[in-house]
Design a protein around this ligand. Structure first.
Ligand code: NDP
Length: 254
Protein backbone atom coordinates (compact mmCIF):
# COMPACT_ATOMS: atom_id res chain seq x y z
CA UNK A 1 0.00 0.00 0.00
CA UNK A 2 1.37 3.43 -0.90
CA UNK A 3 0.61 4.86 2.56
CA UNK A 4 2.84 2.22 4.15
CA UNK A 5 5.83 3.95 2.55
CA UNK A 6 5.12 6.97 4.76
CA UNK A 7 5.05 4.96 8.03
CA UNK A 8 7.97 5.24 10.46
CA UNK A 9 7.04 2.51 12.94
CA UNK A 10 10.16 1.21 14.73
CA UNK A 11 12.27 4.19 13.58
CA UNK A 12 14.09 6.52 15.98
CA UNK A 13 14.29 10.20 15.02
CA UNK A 14 16.16 13.09 16.65
CA UNK A 15 14.83 16.59 15.91
CA UNK A 16 16.71 19.71 17.06
CA UNK A 17 14.72 22.84 17.84
CA UNK A 18 11.70 20.58 18.11
CA UNK A 19 9.50 22.30 20.68
CA UNK A 20 8.19 25.17 18.55
CA UNK A 21 7.82 26.49 15.02
CA UNK A 22 8.95 24.38 12.07
CA UNK A 23 10.69 21.87 14.34
CA UNK A 24 7.48 21.13 16.22
CA UNK A 25 5.66 20.68 12.90
CA UNK A 26 8.28 18.12 11.92
CA UNK A 27 8.12 16.35 15.30
CA UNK A 28 4.34 16.02 15.02
CA UNK A 29 4.53 14.64 11.47
CA UNK A 30 7.20 12.05 12.28
CA UNK A 31 5.51 11.02 15.54
CA UNK A 32 2.11 10.64 13.86
CA UNK A 33 3.78 8.34 11.34
CA UNK A 34 4.88 6.10 14.21
CA UNK A 35 8.44 7.21 14.89
CA UNK A 36 9.94 7.35 18.38
CA UNK A 37 10.93 11.00 18.37
CA UNK A 38 13.66 12.45 20.57
CA UNK A 39 12.95 16.15 20.79
CA UNK A 40 15.69 18.62 21.62
CA UNK A 41 15.76 22.36 22.25
CA UNK A 42 17.79 24.95 24.11
CA UNK A 43 14.88 26.02 26.32
CA UNK A 44 12.95 23.09 27.84
CA UNK A 45 9.20 23.25 27.26
CA UNK A 46 7.71 20.48 29.45
CA UNK A 47 4.16 21.46 28.47
CA UNK A 48 4.87 20.76 24.80
CA UNK A 49 6.45 17.39 25.59
CA UNK A 50 3.52 16.50 27.86
CA UNK A 51 1.04 17.40 25.10
CA UNK A 52 2.88 15.24 22.55
CA UNK A 53 2.91 12.29 24.95
CA UNK A 54 -0.76 12.80 25.83
CA UNK A 55 -1.52 12.54 22.10
CA UNK A 56 -0.14 8.99 22.28
CA UNK A 57 3.22 9.64 20.68
CA UNK A 58 6.49 8.00 21.78
CA UNK A 59 8.60 10.99 22.81
CA UNK A 60 11.79 11.66 24.74
CA UNK A 61 13.35 15.05 25.44
CA UNK A 62 17.01 16.11 25.59
CA UNK A 63 18.11 19.67 26.33
CA UNK A 64 21.05 21.00 24.29
CA UNK A 65 22.45 24.43 23.46
CA UNK A 66 23.71 23.84 19.93
CA UNK A 67 26.00 26.87 20.12
CA UNK A 68 28.18 24.88 22.51
CA UNK A 69 30.73 23.07 20.29
CA UNK A 70 30.48 19.94 22.46
CA UNK A 71 26.66 19.81 22.38
CA UNK A 72 25.91 18.17 19.01
CA UNK A 73 28.07 15.09 19.62
CA UNK A 74 26.74 14.68 23.16
CA UNK A 75 23.15 15.12 21.98
CA UNK A 76 23.50 12.51 19.25
CA UNK A 77 25.26 10.09 21.62
CA UNK A 78 22.58 10.54 24.30
CA UNK A 79 19.80 10.12 21.75
CA UNK A 80 21.37 7.00 20.28
CA UNK A 81 21.84 5.53 23.77
CA UNK A 82 18.07 5.62 24.42
CA UNK A 83 17.25 2.77 22.03
CA UNK A 84 20.69 1.82 20.71
CA UNK A 85 20.07 3.20 17.23
CA UNK A 86 19.40 6.38 15.25
CA UNK A 87 17.45 6.24 12.00
CA UNK A 88 16.65 9.91 11.37
CA UNK A 89 18.44 13.15 12.26
CA UNK A 90 16.64 16.43 11.59
CA UNK A 91 18.87 19.48 11.97
CA UNK A 92 16.22 22.16 12.36
CA UNK A 93 17.55 24.44 15.13
CA UNK A 94 18.56 27.78 13.68
CA UNK A 95 18.65 31.50 14.26
CA UNK A 96 18.07 34.46 11.96
CA UNK A 97 19.72 37.84 12.18
CA UNK A 98 19.42 40.65 9.69
CA UNK A 99 21.70 43.65 9.37
CA UNK A 100 23.99 45.43 6.95
CA UNK A 101 27.17 43.52 6.21
CA UNK A 102 29.34 46.61 6.71
CA UNK A 103 28.22 46.95 10.32
CA UNK A 104 27.38 43.33 11.25
CA UNK A 105 28.97 42.52 14.58
CA UNK A 106 31.46 39.70 14.99
CA UNK A 107 29.33 38.32 17.84
CA UNK A 108 26.21 38.15 15.66
CA UNK A 109 28.13 36.59 12.78
CA UNK A 110 29.73 33.99 15.08
CA UNK A 111 26.39 33.05 16.66
CA UNK A 112 24.76 32.56 13.25
CA UNK A 113 27.56 30.38 11.96
CA UNK A 114 27.94 28.45 15.25
CA UNK A 115 24.27 27.44 15.33
CA UNK A 116 23.27 27.37 11.65
CA UNK A 117 26.40 25.78 10.19
CA UNK A 118 28.91 24.42 12.72
CA UNK A 119 26.32 22.63 14.86
CA UNK A 120 24.72 21.10 11.76
CA UNK A 121 28.09 19.81 10.57
CA UNK A 122 28.91 18.40 14.01
CA UNK A 123 25.52 16.73 14.43
CA UNK A 124 25.84 15.12 10.98
CA UNK A 125 29.34 13.92 11.87
CA UNK A 126 28.08 12.36 15.10
CA UNK A 127 24.98 10.79 13.50
CA UNK A 128 27.06 9.18 10.79
CA UNK A 129 28.68 6.94 13.43
CA UNK A 130 25.54 4.92 14.34
CA UNK A 131 24.15 5.25 10.81
CA UNK A 132 27.29 3.74 9.30
CA UNK A 133 27.12 0.89 11.79
CA UNK A 134 23.50 0.29 10.78
CA UNK A 135 24.33 0.87 7.08
CA UNK A 136 21.12 2.93 7.00
CA UNK A 137 19.91 6.34 8.05
CA UNK A 138 18.36 9.59 6.90
CA UNK A 139 19.64 13.11 7.54
CA UNK A 140 17.34 16.07 6.94
CA UNK A 141 18.75 19.57 7.24
CA UNK A 142 16.61 22.69 7.25
CA UNK A 143 18.10 25.20 4.85
CA UNK A 144 16.20 28.13 3.36
CA UNK A 145 15.30 29.89 0.16
CA UNK A 146 17.87 32.35 1.54
CA UNK A 147 20.50 29.80 0.50
CA UNK A 148 19.43 30.54 -3.09
CA UNK A 149 18.22 34.15 -3.16
CA UNK A 150 19.08 37.37 -1.36
CA UNK A 151 15.98 38.41 0.54
CA UNK A 152 14.57 41.93 0.40
CA UNK A 153 13.93 44.42 1.88
CA UNK A 154 16.02 43.27 4.88
CA UNK A 155 19.76 42.76 4.33
CA UNK A 156 20.89 39.41 5.80
CA UNK A 157 24.05 38.29 4.03
CA UNK A 158 25.38 36.21 6.94
CA UNK A 159 22.14 34.25 7.35
CA UNK A 160 21.94 33.68 3.59
CA UNK A 161 25.51 32.38 3.52
CA UNK A 162 24.82 30.08 6.48
CA UNK A 163 21.90 28.46 4.67
CA UNK A 164 23.82 28.07 1.39
CA UNK A 165 26.42 26.20 3.46
CA UNK A 166 23.71 23.90 4.82
CA UNK A 167 22.59 23.07 1.27
CA UNK A 168 26.10 22.19 0.08
CA UNK A 169 26.91 20.25 3.23
CA UNK A 170 23.76 18.20 2.62
CA UNK A 171 24.65 17.45 -1.00
CA UNK A 172 28.21 16.51 -0.10
CA UNK A 173 27.15 14.10 2.65
CA UNK A 174 24.57 12.61 0.30
CA UNK A 175 27.28 11.96 -2.26
CA UNK A 176 29.85 10.63 0.20
CA UNK A 177 27.58 8.20 2.09
CA UNK A 178 25.06 7.03 -0.52
CA UNK A 179 26.97 3.75 -0.81
CA UNK A 180 26.42 3.06 2.89
CA UNK A 181 22.64 3.27 2.79
CA UNK A 182 22.54 6.80 4.20
CA UNK A 183 20.47 9.52 2.53
CA UNK A 184 20.81 13.27 3.15
CA UNK A 185 18.35 15.90 1.99
CA UNK A 186 17.40 19.44 2.89
CA UNK A 187 14.26 21.53 2.87
CA UNK A 188 14.47 25.17 1.81
CA UNK A 189 11.40 26.90 3.25
CA UNK A 190 10.15 30.27 2.13
CA UNK A 191 8.43 32.52 4.67
CA UNK A 192 6.79 30.33 7.32
CA UNK A 193 4.58 31.58 10.15
CA UNK A 194 6.76 31.08 13.27
CA UNK A 195 8.37 33.16 16.03
CA UNK A 196 11.29 33.75 13.65
CA UNK A 197 9.16 35.65 11.13
CA UNK A 198 6.61 37.24 13.52
CA UNK A 199 8.50 40.52 13.68
CA UNK A 200 8.84 40.68 9.90
CA UNK A 201 5.17 40.00 9.25
CA UNK A 202 4.31 42.72 11.79
CA UNK A 203 6.65 45.18 10.07
CA UNK A 204 4.67 47.43 7.69
CA UNK A 205 7.71 47.85 5.42
CA UNK A 206 8.69 44.18 5.22
CA UNK A 207 5.39 42.31 5.22
CA UNK A 208 3.98 43.69 1.93
CA UNK A 209 7.28 42.87 0.18
CA UNK A 210 7.42 39.33 1.57
CA UNK A 211 3.77 38.68 0.68
CA UNK A 212 4.01 40.46 -2.67
CA UNK A 213 6.97 38.35 -3.77
CA UNK A 214 5.19 35.09 -2.88
CA UNK A 215 2.85 34.05 -5.74
CA UNK A 216 0.58 31.96 -3.50
CA UNK A 217 -1.70 34.17 -1.39
CA UNK A 218 -0.89 32.48 1.92
CA UNK A 219 1.92 32.27 4.42
CA UNK A 220 3.50 28.84 4.89
CA UNK A 221 2.90 26.85 8.07
CA UNK A 222 5.00 24.41 10.11
CA UNK A 223 2.56 21.71 8.94
CA UNK A 224 3.56 22.43 5.31
CA UNK A 225 7.16 21.68 6.23
CA UNK A 226 6.24 18.72 8.46
CA UNK A 227 4.53 16.95 5.58
CA UNK A 228 7.58 17.36 3.34
CA UNK A 229 9.85 16.22 6.16
CA UNK A 230 7.84 13.02 6.52
CA UNK A 231 8.28 12.36 2.80
CA UNK A 232 12.04 12.93 2.96
CA UNK A 233 12.51 10.91 6.17
CA UNK A 234 10.46 7.90 5.07
CA UNK A 235 10.73 5.14 2.50
CA UNK A 236 8.45 7.21 0.24
CA UNK A 237 11.63 9.04 -0.82
CA UNK A 238 13.92 6.01 -0.84
CA UNK A 239 15.60 7.04 -4.15
CA UNK A 240 15.94 10.72 -3.20
CA UNK A 241 19.25 12.00 -1.89
CA UNK A 242 21.15 15.28 -2.16
CA UNK A 243 17.90 17.10 -2.86
CA UNK A 244 17.08 20.57 -1.52
CA UNK A 245 13.30 20.69 -1.61
CA UNK A 246 12.03 24.25 -1.93
CA UNK A 247 8.71 24.89 -0.17
CA UNK A 248 8.01 28.56 -0.63
CA UNK A 249 4.59 29.20 -2.19
CA UNK A 250 6.43 29.97 -5.40
CA UNK A 251 8.73 32.73 -4.09
CA UNK A 252 11.77 31.51 -6.00
CA UNK A 253 9.92 31.14 -9.31
CA UNK A 254 10.22 34.86 -9.93
P1 NDP B 1 11.93 29.68 15.52
O1 NDP B 1 12.71 30.91 15.88
O2 NDP B 1 10.47 29.69 15.67
O3 NDP B 1 12.56 28.42 16.30
C1 NDP B 1 13.93 28.23 16.27
C2 NDP B 1 14.24 26.89 16.86
O4 NDP B 1 15.66 26.73 16.90
C3 NDP B 1 13.73 26.78 18.28
O5 NDP B 1 13.23 25.50 18.50
C4 NDP B 1 14.98 27.03 19.10
O6 NDP B 1 14.98 26.36 20.34
C5 NDP B 1 16.05 26.42 18.22
N1 NDP B 1 17.33 27.01 18.57
C6 NDP B 1 17.78 28.26 18.34
N2 NDP B 1 18.99 28.44 18.89
C7 NDP B 1 19.31 27.27 19.48
C8 NDP B 1 20.43 26.82 20.22
N3 NDP B 1 21.47 27.63 20.49
N4 NDP B 1 20.43 25.54 20.66
C9 NDP B 1 19.39 24.71 20.43
N5 NDP B 1 18.29 25.09 19.74
C10 NDP B 1 18.26 26.35 19.27
O7 NDP B 1 12.34 29.36 14.02
P2 NDP B 1 11.63 28.52 12.87
O8 NDP B 1 10.85 27.41 13.41
O9 NDP B 1 11.02 29.49 11.96
O10 NDP B 1 12.96 27.98 12.15
C11 NDP B 1 13.37 26.63 12.18
C12 NDP B 1 14.42 26.45 11.10
O11 NDP B 1 13.86 26.80 9.84
C13 NDP B 1 15.64 27.34 11.27
O12 NDP B 1 16.79 26.64 10.88
C14 NDP B 1 15.37 28.47 10.29
O13 NDP B 1 16.55 29.11 9.87
C15 NDP B 1 14.67 27.74 9.19
N6 NDP B 1 13.85 28.57 8.30
C16 NDP B 1 12.77 29.27 8.79
C17 NDP B 1 12.00 30.02 7.92
C18 NDP B 1 10.79 30.79 8.36
O14 NDP B 1 10.24 31.53 7.56
N7 NDP B 1 10.33 30.64 9.59
C19 NDP B 1 12.33 30.11 6.50
C20 NDP B 1 13.47 29.33 6.10
C21 NDP B 1 14.19 28.60 6.98
P3 NDP B 1 14.42 27.08 21.68
O15 NDP B 1 12.93 27.02 21.60
O16 NDP B 1 14.99 26.28 22.78
O17 NDP B 1 14.93 28.49 21.65
Amino acid sequence: MIQDLFRLDGKVALVTGGTRGIGLGIVEALAEAGAHVIVSSKVPKPEVIARLKAAGHTIDYLQADMQDPAAPAKLVADATAITGRLDILVNNAGVAQHGDTHSFTEANYRRLMDINVDAVFRACQAALVPMRKQQSGVILNIGSISGYISNIPQPQAAYNASKAAVHMLTKSIASDYAGEGIRANAIAPGYIDTDMTAGGFANPEWSPVWRGMTPMPKVGTPEDIGAAALYLCSAASSYVTGEVLVIDGGYTIR
